[in-house]
Design a protein around this ligand. Sequence first.
Ligand SMILES: NC(=O)c1ccc[n+]([C@@H]2O[C@H](COP(=O)([O-])OP(=O)(O)OC[C@H]3O[C@@H](n4cnc5c(N)ncnc54)[C@H](OP(=O)(O)O)[C@@H]3O)[C@@H](O)[C@H]2O)c1
Length: 291
Amino acid sequence: MCWSHDRNHAGTPRPSTSTDPILVLSGTGKTGSRIVDRLRGAGHEVRPASRRSTPRFDWDDRRTWPGVLEGVSTVYLALPLTATPVAEFVDRAVASGVRRLVALSGRGADHWKNGFGREMLDLEHAVRTSGVQWSIVRASNFAQNFDEDVFYDLLVAGELALPVGGVPEPFIDVEDVADVAVTMLTSNDWVDRVVEVTGPEALTWDEAVATIARAAGREVRFTDIPPEEYPAVLRSQGVPAADVHALETMFAELRRGLLTEPTDGVHQVLSRRPGTFADYAVRTAAAGAWS
Ligand SMILES: NC(=O)c1ccc[n+]([C@@H]2O[C@H](COP(=O)([O-])OP(=O)(O)OC[C@H]3O[C@@H](n4cnc5c(N)ncnc54)[C@H](OP(=O)(O)O)[C@@H]3O)[C@@H](O)[C@H]2O)c1
């Protein structure tokens, strides 16, 4: 790794080296895949890990854990939406020689209500109490949810209906989240720190969808629906029960209106402004995402 042995934290005696692979959990996901590319581009050895990687990693199959942890001293942790035994994994990681943990969490985690984000709170607690170096990047809603995730099918079908109550969101470009996470993985400056990252401006969901529609040259309508209608809408779209709960509670949290102000987290870490939603939409449309 890029830092010297840390004397202030517990851990195994094995010193890290610049050739230790960096383990990237959710290495096929929106942040993980970009972090893998960046680290490889900078010459690091990287081990992406998920159910589709070799070696395979599955949160639900503990036999897959030792293989991905072998020889690793740094780990990026992004969790799936389903429940994971994250505290147990972190204990095992530290016992096997890991000395730095960088975790992805959600913006405003200190104030969440409505049962949102239990898994992310467990992750934050696990890394903070791990005894090794940790950093947490808390992100607002990703712009890429519109082209790589849950909102994509609805957008291309022409209508997105969500229970947002008119509350705006400072969507963040995942490219910025990946840049911040890579900095935390490879520099000493962010050890034992939490950084909240957002895009540079809050847009209503209506404005965000209109921005994509303009960039993509297609008609897409946004409808703000009553919260009580949302679970049935999700179930009719075939969304798994765990994801229904996660999305329902996330929008309940957003509707409280406490997460609308942009932060300067990207600037703190990267000394530059975060990308705008319009830039994301134009770039992503040009790549053919919504064609
Ligand atoms: N999306 C957002 O706007 C947002 C904003 C802030 C924070 N977050 C948080 O960020 C985290 C990641 O969310 P995301 O939306 O960005 O998802 P993602 O990382 O794009 O996708 C989920 C990842 O989990 C992996 N995965 C699923 N089940 C697994 C299992 N049983 N074992 C191992 N890996 C598994 C998937 O890989 P395989 O299918 O290859 O296994 C995939 O790489 C979540 O904690 C979320 O709450 C998300």
